[in-house]
Structure formats: structure tokens, C-alpha cells
Design a protein around this ligand. Structure first.
Ligand SMILES: Nc1ncnc2c1ncn2[C@@H]1O[C@H](COP(=O)(O)OP(=O)(O)OP(=O)(O)O)[C@@H](O)[C@H]1O
Length: 301
């Protein structure tokens, strides 16, 4: 059963958040609202302001202006009321180096006495955590597994994860996606930051694109799919013929770079195979390449 805050829906709201670090821009204007049962992706390149936004929401950083509401509670004023209902995974997970994982889990249970021991054991097994090890003996990925467990084990109503898949191998990434999907079905509010478009596409119901401290665009799942194209580089192509209907990004001599919708990739390759060419490379565009049309727009400061 999902724990609710008194007097209101479990919505997480950020409104016109602004934060400067002295004279340096942290964020200038970030607003969004996340409903229960929704995974919201905050996406942007390094330095865009994702961590600053998350730390303000968690009351770890003081904002210059704007408002954060969790349920009907204002942050940081009501932090103590809301804190037990939040599960947070920071970008870098650090623990006491000499502590064993099992000692840490016991310590964590002191903060959340209602932790269900059998759920804890299920997560240990699912994530493959060695509880006998000391933190200094763990790789960054293995520390992150403990961080994921810590953020989920008390069955929070709000999950906030800062670039959670950084440093995770593909198997662990898909385990994390599975856990988050289960949480979403339970009605949890989930905020997830990333600079990888493919993962927000897979997981999130809505995505906020953040650029230079400003939330410049919100995308639905449908919009996101529209923006997930493949970049296809074809070398030694003498004749475009049927390929001319695809978006050509670049041409240098007989080398061509096409931007092809994922759904059209098969048709593109079927057409290509009938032509003469030397080499072929298919890659995912970077975030900046995918969102070129937004990123090229000047952001007001
Ligand atoms: N302690 C600080 N002092 C000065 N500037 C800071 C500080 N922390 C962050 N910034 C600046 O605030 C801006 C936003 O940083 P933030 O870490 O929130 O971005 P991010 O999107 O999380 O990027 P990353 O993925 O690189 O962490 C950046 O320009 C960064 O240089």
C-alpha cells in the first residue's frame, strides 16, 4: 500500500526554480509537475542543471526563488514530514569505506523501522549484492546497487534518482528499469535524470528537456519517439536514388550522413542494399544532435 501525505494528492511540483552559485548560473527557470504512477525524465547535457534541480527538491540546496511542493507540503519548510516518504539515489554513491554492507543495511533500518525484511532480501538477491563486503572493496557499480536498494527498500511514495544508470552495466540497467516500472505501477511519483535519450524513451511517460538551467520543452512519449532517430553514415555511395526521400544531414564527396526515423530504418536499409556503397555505420545521435532544433535556440538568461 502506498503511503500518502495528508491532505492532497501525491504530486511533486517544481515551480520557476532559480539558483545561482554566487555569480555562476545553476538553474534559471525550471518548472514541472509529476503525478503518481508517472516516471518523469529530466534530460539535459552535463551542466544543464539536473543535479541542482534535484538537490533543491530534496531540500539539500537552498533555492534563490521558486517553489517546491510535495503533496501539500512546501520544501524545505516541511522536509521532516516528507523525508521518510522519499527514496533518493544521488549521482555518486558514497558510504563509509570500512563499513560492511550488512552493517549499513542494519543502520538504514534504524531510520526506517517499517522496512519489510523480506523485501530487503528480495532486493539483495535481485540486484546481486554481496552483503559481507566492505564498501571500500566494492566497485562503483556495486556501490550503486546498494544505493538503489537504499532508495527503494522503504517503499517510498516519491523516488528521485540522479543519473542512476551512469556506471551500471546493461544487465543492471535493465534490472533498475524493471524495479522502477514496478514502482510506477504501485503509483509512485518518479523523477529520473539522464543525458541518454534512449533510456528516457524506454522508461518515462514525460520528459522535460533542460538546457543551460532552463526547462525549455516538455515531451510526451509520442514526441520522444519522434526525436529518436538513427544517424546512418554511408561511405562510397555513388547514387542516392531512392534514398533521396530521407533527411540528408551532411554530404562530403561520396560520404553521406542520413537522419532516419527508427521506424523507417528497415525500409532505408532495404533501399540501400540495392545500391553500390563501401561502408556503413549506424549510431544513436547525441542529445544535442537529437534536440538540435531546441538547442540551437538561444535561451534567455
Ligand atoms: N558548487 C557549485 N559552484 C558553482 N557552480 C556550480 C556548483 N554546482 C553546480 N554549478 C554549476 O551549475 C550548473 C548546473 O550544474 P548541475 O550539476 O546542476 O548540472 P547537471 O545537469 O546535473 O550536470 P552534470 O550531469 O554534469 O552533473 C553548471 O553550470 C555548474 O557548473
Amino acid at each position: 500500500m502506498l503511503k500518502s501525505l495528508e491532505g492532497g494528492d501525491n504530486v511533486l511540483v517544481a515551480e520557476h526554480l532559480k539558483k545561482y552559485y554566487g555569480k555562476y548560473r545553476g538553474i534559471v527557470d525550471v518548472s514541472f509537475a509529476i503525478k503518481p504512477g508517472e516516471i518523469y525524465g529530466l534530460i539535459g547535457p552535463n551542466g544543464a542543471g539536473k543535479t541542482t534541480t534535484i538537490r533543491i527538491i530534496l531540500g539539500l540546496l537552498q533555492k534563490d526563488s521558486g517553489e517546491v511542493k510535495i503533496g501539500n507540503h512546501r520544501i524545505p519548510d516541511d522536509l521532516n514530514v516528507v523525508k521518510p516518504l522519499i527514496g533518493y539515489l544521488p549521482g555518486e554513491v558514497n558510504f563509509y569505506p570500512d563499513m560492511r554492507v550488512k552493517e549499513f543495511l542494519k543502520f538504514n533500518r534504524n531510520f526506517y523501522p517499517e522496512i519489510d525484511k523480506s523485501y530487503e532480501e528480495e532486493l539483495i538477491e535481485f540486484l546481486g549484492i554481496d552483503t559481507e563486503k566492505k564498501f571500500k572493496e566494492l566497485s562503483q557499480g556495486n556501490k550503486k546497487k546498494v544505493g538503489i536498494l537504499q532508495s527503494l527498500v522503504h517503499k517510498p511514495s516519491y523516488i528521485i534518482m540522479d543519473e542512476p544508470t551512469n556506471g551500471l552495466d546493461p544487465l543492471l540497467q535493465s534490472k533498475l528499469y524493471e524495479l522502477l516500472e514496478r514502482e510506477r505501477e504501485r503509483g509512485t511519483v518518479i523523477l529520473f535524470s539522464s543525458h541518454v535519450l534512449s533510456e528516457v524513451e524506454r522508461l518515462c511517460q514525460r520528459v522535460g528537456v533542460i538546457k543551460e538551467g532552463k526547462l525549455i520543452k516538455e515531451l510526451s512519449m509520442e514526441d520522444i519517439r519522434k526525436y529518436t532517430k538513427k544517424l546512418v553514415t554511408v561511405s562510397g555511395l555513388s547514387d542516392l536514388r531512392t534514398l533521396s526521400k530521407y533527411e540528408l544531414l551532411e554530404q562530403k564527396g561520396s560520404n553521406f550522413v542520413f537522419s532516419v526515423n527508427r521506424t523507417e530504418l528497415k525500409d532505408f536499409l532495404n533501399s540501400l542494399i540495392k545500391l553500390e556503397f563501401d561502408d556503413l555505420q549506424i549510431r544513436n545521435p547525441s542529445l544535442e544532435e537529437s534536440f538540435m532544433e531546441f538547442y540551437n535556440q538561444e535561451v534567455e538568461k
